[in-house]
Design a protein around this ligand. Structure first.
Ligand code: HEC
Ligand code: HEC
Ligand code: HEC
Length: 160
């Protein structure tokens, strides 16, 4: 009699241990799932979309980055001066990038500005400063109105 109840006791303890283990594993699984979910939510909240989820630091597009900062001069006038054979454009260009497109139209043999801009800001990704520093975000140059869904091309007066 005594022996039988001892055996039963031992069995019960085994069962309890097992269910304890199952509960423990379930808790860990739950914790991991919750972490994954909260990471996903955090990622969404952190997605930086200039003008949509975060303040747009470059509302005027080209001229806001291609400017003179201290002893560094990134103005496009300086960049164009380095291009051999670049046309005199000062009298034509008052607003960027719209006026650049007076010559750099789509289908133009000297190159469409859209293609030139995309190439210069996305080529050689591991070394491209636009990708590394500015996250390669389209919304640095393009704008979007979240209400209407309409996109725009940012622009600003020339800075020289
Ligand atoms: C958010 C900042 C930013 C904006 C906006 C921007 N650029 Fe740039 N641009 C850069 C950076 C950074 C580079 C250097 C990329 C690299 O490492 O090769 C660059 C490179 C260039 C180059 C190649 C010559 C050079 O200076 O290295 C041209 C041409 C150029 N940009 C034109 C434009 C035009 C035109 C616009 C507007 C339509 C524009 N960019 C808007 C940051 C910007
Ligand atoms: C009056 C016409 C004219 C205007 C305005 C003009 N360009 Fe150009 N651009 C040219 C010509 C012509 C070439 C070709 C030069 C060559 O290949 O020798 C050129 C070449 C370039 C190139 C090199 C092309 C390449 O494939 O790498 C860049 C970059 C460029 N222009 C950017 C600009 C930007 C930015 C503006 C506005 C600030 C601008 N251009 C305004 C006529 C113009
Ligand atoms: C450095 C500035 C700059 C960046 C960054 C940029 N664009 Fe553009 N994009 C331009 C310019 C300039 C044009 C020419 C606009 C026009 O024709 O009115 C253009 C034109 C376009 C066009 C219409 C013509 C075409 O080439 O099909 C599309 C679509 C476009 N961009 C999509 C994008 C997307 C998507 C990204 C991000 C992956 C991006 N752009 C990033 C400057 C930029």
């Amino acid at each position: 009699m005594k022996k039988a109840s001892k055996q039963q006791n031992a069995k019960r303890q085994e069962k309890m241990k097992l269910s304890g283990k199952i509960l423990f594993s379930a808790l860990i699984l739950l914790a991991v799932l919750r972490m994954t979910v909260s990471f996903a939510v955090a990622d969404n909240n952190n997605r930086s979309l200039p003008g949509v989820t975060v303040t747009d630091k470059h509302p005027n597009g080209c001229v806001d980055c291609h400017n003179a900062f201290g002893d560094k001069d990134y103005r496009l006038k300086m960049e164009l001066a380095k291009i051999e054979g670049h046309s005199e454009m000062d009298t034509i260009v008052k607003n960027l990038p719209q006026d650049c497109m007076k010559c750099h139209k789509a289908e133009s043999s000297i190159g469409y500005l859209g293609d030139i801009a995309h190439r210069d800001h996305y080529s050689n990704p591991p070394k491209n400063v636009f990708i590394i520093v500015y996250k390669g975000d389209c919304l640095n140059c393009h704008g979007i109105d979240p209400e209407s869904g309409k996109t725009t091309l940012k622009d600003g007066p020339k800075n020289w």
